[in-house]
Ligand binder design. Structure first.
Ligand SMILES: [Fe+2]
Length: 201
């Protein structure tokens, strides 16, 4: 049954400030999900963090401390993430601009080659849609997922991601080859400033 919740609309700066006021011990999957359900980001306050590129979706750091990092991910029409997980870290998401599809996967027959890669089989499981009033979190029991801005949505999307703890690697799954491997992550921009090596197209 869906619950009617009063949602407070906040500027991204206030949204992050309130999130940062949650103590480490209270930064649980449920607490943060409750916070995100009750507090929406005003899309117009995200402007300085938005960088789009035809080459790939972009990752734009908004805030980082020891407990979590918050970023805006900008998706052109038709762009999608690789299939990945977040290496035992929690992840919450919402999409203040546009909408996104999330496809979850179950991993079967996982065989570790070394600590950074191996082989496995992926089975698609849940699919859901995310937008400004429907945030989501990554299920720790089935953490492998892919985020897609489907061509038929026909609009750009911006999602806000909270990762706890912050991390700079993720595990990427190559479904065709039946393999997975660690991949380093980088920011397109940090605190509203484009990374000097970044060439947006
Ligand atoms: Fe993710």
């Amino acid at each position: 049954m869906s619950e009617q919740i009063a949602v407070e609309q906040l500027a991204i700066s206030d949204w992050v400030k309130e999130l940062a006021a949650i103590p480490d011990s209270g930064f649980t999957l449920q607490n943060v999900q409750d916070y995100i359900l009750r507090h929406a980001v005003r899309p117009e306050t995200l402007e300085k963090y938005l960088f789009f590129s035809k080459g790939s979706y972009t990752r734009n750091l908004i805030f980082k401390n020891d407990i979590f990092e918050c970023m805006a991910i900008c998706w052109e029409v038709g762009q999608f993430s690789r299939i990945h997980n977040h290496r035992d870290q929690n992840c919450w998401m919402s999409a203040p601009i546009g909408r996104l599809k999330v496809q979850n996967f179950r991993v079967e027959d996982r065989h570790t080659q070394d600590e950074h890669c191996g082989t496995c089989k992926l089975v698609p499981t849940d699919i859901y849609e995310m937008d400004g009033s429907h945030p989501a979190y990554v299920n720790p029991l089935e953490p492998v997922h892919q985020v897609l801005n489907l061509p038929e949505y026909n609009q750009r999307a911006v999602s806000i991601h909270v990762y706890s703890k912050p991390f700079d690697m993720c595990e990427v799954y190559y479904r065709d080859q039946g393999t997975y491997a660690d991949v380093p992550l980088h920011y397109t921009s940090e605190f509203g400033r484009l990374h000097p090596d970044e060439k947006l197209i």
